[in-house]
Design a protein around this ligand. Structure first.
Ligand code: SME
Length: 157
């Protein structure tokens, strides 16, 4: 699926009153299908106890359902308030393995200014899978989801 089509589909879902959980599922599925190198695609939501909790995902089940801020690539992204693009996970120490086949990982924050709602996490079995174009694509979806979180906060459906 092209990302323009995914965004258009998400817009239509909002117009027909879809809940945030359905939007997250659709975004994850659309991203997962957008690139054969995306072997695991999921969302972690950030809760007020400083824990990331696994939301919708496509790929192998993972033991890492809860990740504390500061732990692993996912928790580090929140602690340092920045996206993470790890070309080879074998070269970093604070990595939480989801699959032994994973080689590269991308974490893009879902954020509205200073407020971090969560993140999109993508694993690839290929080294250096996340080039500029694929990062831009994931950022576009993350920014769209941040606006959906904002709308929910305003009481919109
Ligand atoms: N690799 C992540 C954990 C999540 S799994 O990849 C799905 C990390 O180091 O935080």
């Amino acid at each position: 699926m092209e990302i323009d089509d995914l965004i258009a589909h998400l817009d239509e879902m909002v117009a027909s009153g879809a809940e945030l959980e359905r939007l997250l599922e659709t975004a994850v599925l659309g991203l997962s299908r957008s690139d054969p190198r995306f072997d695991w695609t999921g969302v972690y939501e950030l809760f007020s106890d400083n824990m990331l909790r696994l939301g919708p995902f496509v790929g192998a089940p993972t033991d890492h359902v809860f990740i504390g801020v500061g732990n692993g690539v996912c928790g580090t992204a929140v602690a340092e308030r920045r996206n993470m693009n790890i070309p080879d996970v074998r070269e970093i120490t604070n990595y939480l393995a989801c699959s032994v086949s994973t080689r590269s990982e991308l974490v893009v924050l879902i954020r509205s200014g200073d407020v971090i709602h969560g993140q999109i996490d993508i694993d690839s079995h290929q080294v250096g899978a996340f080039d500029e174009a694929s990062v831009a694509k994931v950022e576009r979806v993350a920014d769209w989801l941040a606006r959906a979180y904002d709308a929910r906060g305003r009481g919109a459906s």
